[in-house]
Write a protein that binds this ligand. Structure first.
Ligand SMILES: Cc1cc2nc3c(=O)[nH]c(=O)nc-3n(C[C@H](O)[C@H](O)[C@H](O)COP(=O)(O)OP(=O)(O)OC[C@H]3O[C@@H](n4cnc5c(N)ncnc54)[C@H](O)[C@@H]3O)c2cc1C
Length: 395
């Protein structure tokens, strides 16, 4: 059974980063994760500590205060965090992948100075709000509206945002949200081309996060609706070009889906590790469970799928680092890894029998945490649509 550290050909620096992530995860996250899950505790102090170590700027170039790691090293470190607690991992994944990618690619030098650098140093935690109550898979149908501020309230060329975003990770705990809103008018809708991205500090008056959602899994992660009630922003909070926000969001999601893929690998790997240990100890019919061929076959399939899911994510990472378009392979990696996590954790609960169904044992949390990887950043059905679309590139 291999972990991220056994990945062949790791350089010394990659090994050091992964070891740092693994040691932190094992000592400062995993021992507390069940309690955070029970109490829905968002461990901001732990995220801040990770931020000080550079984990909120893993792929941000050094010139902007980040560690400047390649995607593979970032994914290896994230797997270690996810194996300890998927709730912490999702905060890191979204911050490093989506707002960071958007600012790096499309931020002005002032925006990079003001927002990207403190994000990379771990001083600001960022999130991303695309989904709305009536626009999830069909995100381009979002309705939040941004209108030019005529200056009546002293805005003078700024923006006024109005609408409701749904299920934003870190919506109630981030310092900064990248918010997608329409900049076309109700009279002349332009579909995806009518959406723009806004950089919204969460201490802006009229930014209101709803109460944390009461979720099946990832209970220690903050997920909240965000209400924009005539929220006023200066002009320089528009990211990049007006009308390009949907494109920026999709670029961010290409990176984000790799993070979710290894989040799923981390969950699945931990379920496998627990299962291997348990089946070595638990005895029925006079022998350890692992001696039954039926159990061996189950463990073999679990291990094979975990390796395959990790390998696919790593291939996608290498292609991203070579500058290739990874839309299709990122969807493949996220699809395969999330379904692997759900399948492996289901087998793990089964192998633990009645104990698997109890909160006192670790696999039921992994099972609950796995499910959302098939839903967020595009459901499995949406990933299949993206993969199939890539098979007919000219169509
Ligand atoms: C814990 C959590 C955290 C989240 N964090 C964020 C966040 O940080 N930022 C953010 O913007 N969003 C976030 N989301 C929202 C998430 O991305 C959406 O829930 C997801 O995209 C699905 O949208 P929906 O829930 O509206 O489902 P729907 O789009 O209503 O889909 C319902 C079902 O219909 C299926 N379906 C829809 N369209 C098709 C189709 N064309 N073909 C086949 N089947 C289809 C779907 O696959 C699904 O099974 C989060 C969600 C959760 C649960």
């Amino acid at each position: 059974m291999s972990t991220a550290l056994e990945t062949p050909g790791l350089s010394e620096i990659q090994r050091q980063i992964v070891e740092l992530a693994r040691d932190f995860a094992r000592t400062k996250i995993e021992p507390f994760a069940a309690e955070w899950d029970r109490t829905k505790h968002f461990a901001r102090d732990v995220i801040d500590e990770l931020g000080k170590l550079g984990f909120l700027g893993m792929v941000t170039p050094e010139e902007y205060g980040g560690l400047g790691l390649d995607t593979l090293t970032y994914l290896l470190a994230l797997e270690e965090i996810a194996a300890a607690d998927a709730s912490i991992a999702v905060s890191l994944s979204i911050h490093n992948a989506i707002p960071t990618t958007m600012l790096l690619r499309h931020g002005s030098s002032e925006q990079k100075e003001r927002w990207l650098k403190p994000m990379a140093r771990g001083e600001l935690l960022a999130g991303f709000a695309l989904s709305e109550p009536d626009a999830g898979s069909d995100a381009a149908a979002l309705q939040a509206q941004a209108a030019r501020d005529g200056g009546a309230a002293g805005g003078g060329g700024g923006w006024v945002l109005r609408g409701t975003k749904a299920w934003a990770t870190n919506g109630g705990t981030a310092d900064l949200m990248m918010i997608m809103a329409r900049t076309d008018t109700p009279a002349a809708r332009r579909g995806a081309k009518g959406i723009s991205t806004f950089i919204v500090p969460t201490n802006t008056p009229s930014y209101r996060a709803g109460k944390p959602e009461d979720k099946m899994g990832l209970r220690a992660s903050n997920t909240a609706a965000v209400v924009l009630d005539d929220l006023r922003l200066p002009a320089e909070h528009l990211l990049g070009e007006e009308g390009m926000g949907f494109v920026y969001a999709m670029e961010g999601l290409d990176a984000g889906r790799l993070g979710i893929a290894v989040q799923a690998v981390g969950i699945a790997r931990r379920a496998l590790e627990h299962s291997v240990a348990y089946c070595g100890e638990r005895r029925q019919f006079g022998q350890a469970l692992r001696q039954f061929e039926g159990v061996q076959f189950k463990l073999a399939d679990m291990a094979t799928r975990v390796e395959a899911a990790r390998a696919l994510a790593h291939v996608a990472a290498s292609r991203k680092d070579r500058g290739e378009n990874v839309t299709q392979i990122a969807s493949m990696a996220k699809l395969f890894a999330s379904e692997t996590a759900m399948w492996v954790t289901t087998q793990a609960v089964q192998l633990f029998g009645g104990y698997g169904y109890m909160r006192d044992f670790p696999v039921e949390k992994l099972f609950r945490d796995a499910k959302v990887t098939e839903i967020y950043e595009g459901t499995s059905e949406i990933q299949r649509i993206v993969v199939a679309r890539g098979l007919y590139p000219g169509a």
